[in-house]
Ligand binder design. Structure first.
Ligand code: XMP
Length: 335
C-alpha cells in the first residue's frame, strides 16, 4: 500500500529535545537538497514562527538558492519587518527581497468596514504582490511553505464540509501561470515541535515563541474602516502592551495579547481641555486550540501602568478598556 505523505505516521517520535530536532533537521536538509537539486525555491517569509523556521531550515540546506520574499502589507506590528530584515537579511545572510506594499494595501482598504471584505482584500492583494515578485524571478521551480500538521488536519475537516468561522489566508491559491512544486519540510510537525526545531536552528527564543498573529495583521484590530492615524495609534499602543507583558512575565504565559481600537471616539480631557479620542481595548487570552479561550488575569498594578503609558504616550487615545469576555461568546479577535 502506498504511504500517505500527508499523514503523520502513528509511530513518529515527537520532537521534544535538541537532539531529536538536530536529527530531524539533518534528515530534512538531505530531503530538501534531493528534492530541489540546483533550482531556486521561493518562500513568503512573514516573520511568523512557521515561515521563519522553514526559512532557517532551507537556508541551511540550500543557502542562496532560497529566495525569501517579505511583503510588508503595512499591517505588521511595530518592529516586525525590521526584525525579519535584521535576522534573515543580515544575521543569516539570506537572499531576501523586502517589499513595502503599505500604500497598495491601505489604499485598497480605505473606506472598507466589513471584516470579511477586509480579509478578502488583504488575502487577494497579498497573493498579487507575491505573484508579481515571483514573475520577476528567474529559475524558480519550487515554493516553500510553512504548512504544519494542524493545517493539514484543518483542511481535511473543511474537505469534510465543516464550516470555518472566519476565512484565514495563506499563500495557497497562486494564479494559474505560476506553477510550483511545493516544499513543506515541517508539514508533519505540531507547533511545539516546530519551535524546538527553530531553536535548534539558532533562531532567537522570542521569535520562535512569539504569540500567534493573524495573516491580516493589525487590519482586523483597527476595527471597521482602517485609517492611517488610528492604525498608527494601534501599533504604538500594541507595542506598549507587549513591552509591559514582557517586563512582568505575562508574555510567557499568555497565548495572545494585543490591542484593538474601534472606530469610535469619546469625550475626554487633557491639559484642562476637551480631548476626543479613541478607546484602546486590551485583549489577553489563553487557549489550547483557539476554539475556546479564557481571559488572562492581569494584575491591577500592571493594568494601571499600561493605561498610564498608553494614554500618555499614544496620540489619539484617551481611554483604555480591558475585555473580560471569554470565547465563546467573544471570538479572540474583535473582527
Ligand atoms: P478567533 O478570532 O476566530 O481567532 O477566535 C482564533 C485564532 O485565529 C486567529 N485569526 C486569524 N488568523 N487569519 C489568520 O491567519 C485571520 O484572518 C484570522 N482571524 C483570526 C486569531 O488571532 C486567533 O489566534
Amino acid at each position: 500500500m502506498a504511504v500517505d505523505l500527508n499523514k503523520r505516521p502513528d509511530d513518529m517520535i515527537r520532537i521534544t529535545t535538541k537532539e531529536l530536532a538536530d536529527r530531524f533537521i539533518e534528515e530534512q536538509v538531505a530531503a530538501v537538497r534531493a528534492q530541489v537539486g540546483d533550482k531556486k525555491v521561493l518562500l513568503a517569509l512573514s516573520g511568523g514562527v512557521d515561515s521563519s523556521v522553514v526559512a532557517a531550515l532551507l537556508i541551511k540546506a540550500i543557502g542562496k538558492q532560497l529566495v525569501c520574499v517579505h511583503v510588508n502589507h503595512g499591517l505588521m506590528r511595530k518592529g516586525e519587518s525590521e526584525q525579519v530584515i535584521e535576522i534573515f537579511g543580515k544575521a543569516l545572510d539570506a537572499n531576501l527581497v523586502y517589499i513595502d506594499a503599505t500604500d497598495r494595501f491601505l489604499d485598497l482598504l480605505a473606506g472598507v468596514s466589513d471584516p470579511e471584505s477586509k480579509r478578502k482584500i488583504i488575502g487577494k492583494e497579498f497573493i498579487e504582490v507575491f505573484a508579481d515578485e515571483a514573475r520577476k524571478l528567474e529559475g524558480v521551480e519550487f515554493l516553500a511553505q510553512g504548512t504544519i500538521y494542524p493545517d493539514i488536519l484543518e483542511s481535511i475537516k473543511q474537505a469534510e464540509g465543516k464550516k470555518a468561522v472566519k476565512s484565514h489566508h495563506n499563500v495557497g491559491g497562486l494564479p494559474e501561470d505560476l506553477k510550483f512544486e511545493l516544499v513543506e519540510p515541517v508539514k508533519l510537525l505540531f507547533k511545539d515541535e516546530v519551535r524546538v526545531v527553530g531553536e535548534a536552528l539558532g533562531l532567537p527564543h522570542a521569535m520562535v515563541y512569539r504569540q500567534p498573529f493573524p495573516g491580516p495583521g493589525l487590519g482586523v484590530r483597527c476595527l471597521g474602516a482602517i485609517t492611517r492615524d488610528r492604525l498608527h495609534a494601534l501599533r504604538e499602543a500594541d507595542a506598549i502592551l507587549r513591552e509591559e507583558f514582557a517586563l512582568c512575565g505575562l508574555s510567557e504565559k499568555t497565548w495572545q495579547y494585543f490591542i484593538a481600537i474601534p472606530d469610535i471616539k469619546s469625550v475626554g480631557v487633557k491639559d484642562d481641555s476637551r480631548y476626543e479620542g479613541w478607546p484602546a481595548i486590551i485583549r489577553a487570552v489563553n487557549t489550547k486550540d483557539a476554539m475556546t479561550a479564557t481571559v488572562e488575569e492581569i494584575p491591577y498594578a500592571v493594568l494601571h501602568k499600561i493605561v498610564a503609558r498608553i494614554t500618555n504616550e499614544v496620540e489619539g487615545i484617551n481611554r483604555v478598556l480591558y475585555d473580560l469576555t471569554p470565547k465563546p461568546t467573544g471570538t479572540i479577535e474583535w473582527e
